[in-house]
Design a protein around this ligand. Structure first.
Ligand SMILES: Cc1cc2nc3c(=O)[nH]c(=O)nc-3n(C[C@H](O)[C@H](O)[C@H](O)COP(=O)(O)OP(=O)(O)OC[C@H]3O[C@@H](n4cnc5c(N)ncnc54)[C@H](O)[C@@H]3O)c2cc1C
Length: 653
């Protein structure tokens, strides 16, 4: 074999703490290496040209590039070697940036370590053989999970690009949190009026199939060919017959059902349509609060329904959909705010969350847009907003900023003044984060035009003052003195986390998630909507805090990715996959059971059962190779022999 080695300086990124010329000198002495050099930027055009000309001049049949993470540039270098006439898999990379130069300062030891990594890569490359991809058909349908504004945007953009969409929403209506908001910053325009028409577009689009009150139960397959099982939860109302007239909820005698849409700021009936602009506008029965379903006596809704849609015996239904790509847009939930015992969260009725306050402000909310204290229905005069309740707080393991709270608090304070001109709002804050377009101007207006008082500092405690109000104790860190405010209503800007069940969904999608339940993107800067499962994309707050404009932008970005993926009729697999040695296989079935992709099946070969890898399904994770007790399964380019060669090289070095 004739191997070429290229040690990249990456400017001073690697060259600053690794003697690249010396590594190249050492590499020239490794077995089968006939050429070694140290270009300044291997990924740049001159660097790639160096590789191409060296392949031709030195008749190389494999190369090692020692530079950054293969996650960044492996595809780049694969294309380079292919252009020079080599098989694209006759390339190995040694990561001497993230694994060496960025983590150590000592030039001598860094140089030695870099040389070791290059020696290992050369040892592995010596066992490589040319590999060839198989192509497979793409099912040009997309599944969007979550019908908040991000999922709606992704679904509409895909459908407008002629891609059939399956939209799965857990709640009885799409719209997500935006449907619950009163107005939106910085323009203070009606939230339902912006998202409402988009929701209608979803309902009317001929290419969008909407499953509301549904969840993804199971996902199998791979990019281009996913099979998804969806559980349609029973609404106990036949939606084909329901016209959303609301006669059932008017007559329903069970009027003490906790109202989830209104963030539990009030009660509702056991049967109801989520809200007037709901899509689909269909009634749902909350079984636990329905007298007929829990006690077997009532049946009023069935009697008054003009279309005979009520069906107490309805059961969940599982449907199967085949899609080629998946967009996760499951948004967020507020974290458990009751951990803030010092604020009386969950204990004092007039200490509420920001989302609850949105419902109090909203004309479609429980108080029809009149701000009233939950405890006694009185109009509050002094309102205190406390920011960063569960954000930027290491003491409860939430160091991150929730992104949009500074802005919506300013919005809520402005709206409060509009609703109650005699009121006075105070905002306890740590810093004001308002980097968006017109955002800083908006927070200034809150102070200058609406007289909102901003107090920089944390609140230490909130307690009832015994006269029907609350004492809010804090510190003004700018003036360096304690503050006490007597407030009628306290609104907490509660931090956010990935939506309920995000972890389980991530496992079904085989994508990573962080300790707050936010899904992880493939690359923070360069692949912000991709995940490490090819064909699965992210939109909106399910990936991390972002406001509505950013969520919409991301919804469109994922749609662009889906359309790009579906621009081709066939996709190619990565041939670095598992392969079964039939002579060794004893058909124990362990590989079949451990494969997370369902890529191994048992087949009959000359009357004997053997494991067989479905090449287009295998993702090359290597679990089967590690599990097989016979050593019958090998992973191409990570065979046992290659791994041993790498270990031996390291031991010898
Ligand atoms: C109090 C408050 C006020 C705000 N005000 C503003 C504002 O004025 N302006 C602004 O720009 N931003 C504002 N925001 C931020 C805004 O809410 C978000 O940016 C926006 O809602 C993000 O949309 P999304 O689609 O990513 O998530 P979401 O709105 O959370 O939607 C996610 C959807 O996915 C569904 N879902 C979740 N899990 C599943 C599952 N497993 N299967 C199926 N469906 C699932 C949910 O039911 C939901 O419908 C505010 C936030 C808060 C808390």
């Amino acid at each position: 074999m004739r191997i070429g080695v290229f040690i990249c300086h990456c400017g001073s990124n690697i060259g600053g703490t690794v003697d690249c010329a010396k590594v190249a000198e050492k590499a020239a002495l490794f077995p089968d290496v006939v050429y070694a050099t140290d270009p300044m930027y291997t990924c740049a055009e001159p660097g790639q040209a160096t590789i191409e000309s060296a392949i031709a001049e030195y008749r190389l049949d494999g190369i090692v590039v020692a530079s950054c993470s293969p996650r960044m540039h492996e595809p780049t270098f694969r294309r380079t070697v292919e252009r020079a006439g080599l098989n694209r898999y006759m390339l190995e990379m040694a990561n001497i940036r993230e694994h060496v130069s960025w983590i150590g300062k000592d030039v001598e030891s860094n140089t030695n370590k870099a040389a070791e990594l290059v020696a290992i890569a050369v040892a592995k490359l010596r066992g490589n053989t040319p590999l060839h991809s198989k192509s497979f058909e793409v099912n040009k349908r997309v599944l969007v999970i979550g019908g908040g504004v991000a999922g709606i945007q992704a679904a509409l953009d895909c459908a407008d690009g002629d891609i059939p969409v399956v939209l799965v929403e857990r709640e009885a209506t799409i719209g997500g949190k935006m449907a619950k908001l009163d107005k939106t910053f910085p323009t203070v325009d009606c939230s339902a009026c912006i998202v409402g028409p988009k929701m209608v577009d979803v309902a009317q689009h001929p290419l969008i199939a909407l499953y509301a009150l549904s969840e993804v139960e199971e996902i199998s397959g791979y990019v281009g060919n996913f099979t998804v099982k969806i559980r349609k939860r029973a609404p106990y109302v036949d939606w084909d017959k329901c016209t959303g007239c609301g006669a059932c909820s008017v007559k329903c005698p069970s009027k003490k059902t906790p109202d989830a849409f209104n963030e539990f700021t009030g009660v509702t009936t056991a049967i109801k349509v989520a809200f007037p602009q709901a899509i689909p506008k269909k009634a749902v029965i909350t079984a636990a609060h329905c007298r007929q379903m829990s006690r077997g006596k009532c049946g009023v809704c069935a009697k008054v329904c003009p279309t005979g849609a009520v069906n107490y015996d309805m059961e969940d239904v599982i449907v199967t959909e085949e899609v080629g790509s998946i967009v996760a847009a499951t948004g967020y939930d507020l974290m458990d705010w009751t951990v803030y015992k010092e604020y009386g969260a969950g204990r004092y009725p007039d200490v509420i969350t920001s989302l609850q306050y949105e419902r109090l402000l909203s004309g479609s909310g429980p108080t029809c847009g009149h701000i009233r204290r939950p405890s006694d229905g009185r109009e509050p005069r002094i309102i205190v907003f406390i920011q960063c309740v569960g954000s930027r707080d290491r003491s409860i393991g939430r160091p991150q900023c929730s992104g949009f709270c500074c802005m919506y608090t300013a919005k809520q304070a402005v709206l409060t003044k509009d609703h109650l001109p005699e009121s006075q709002s105070y905002v306890f804050y740590m810093d004001i984060r308002a980097p968006g377009k017109m955002y800083d101007e908006f927070t200034r207006r809150a102070v200058e035009e609406y007289g909102v008082e901003y107090v920089r500092g944390r609140v230490s405690c909130v307690y009832p003052d015994g006269k029907g109000a609350y004492s809010v104790m804090g510190v003004d860190t700018l003036l360096g003195r304690p503050v006490e405010i007597t407030a009628d209503l306290i609104v907490l800007a509660v931090g956010i986390e990935g939506s309920r069940g995000a972890g389980e969904l991530a496992e079904k999608l085989r994508i990573s998630y962080d300790n707050c339940g936010f899904f992880m993107e493939s690359h923070v800067k360069l692949k912000p909507v991709e995940t490490n499962t090819i064909g699965v994309f992210l939109a909106g707050v399910c990936q991390g805090a972002r406001d509505i404009p950013a969520s919409v932008a991301q919804g469109s970005a994922t749609a662009a990715k889906v359309l790009g993926l579906f621009a081709r009729d066939r996709l190619e697999n990565d041939p670095q996959i598992a392969c079964v040695d039939m002579r060794r296989c004893v058909a124990c079935g362990k590989c079949v059971r451990c494969c997370p992709f369902g890529a191994i099946e048992e087949v009959s070969v000359r009357d004997e059962q053997k494991a067989h890898v479905i090449e287009t399904v295998c993702q090359g994770c290597g679990l089967c190779a590690a599990t097989c007790p016979q050593g019958a399964v090998q992973l191409a380019h990570s065979t046992d022999n290659q791994i041993l060669a790498e270990v031996n090289t390291l031991c010898r070095y």
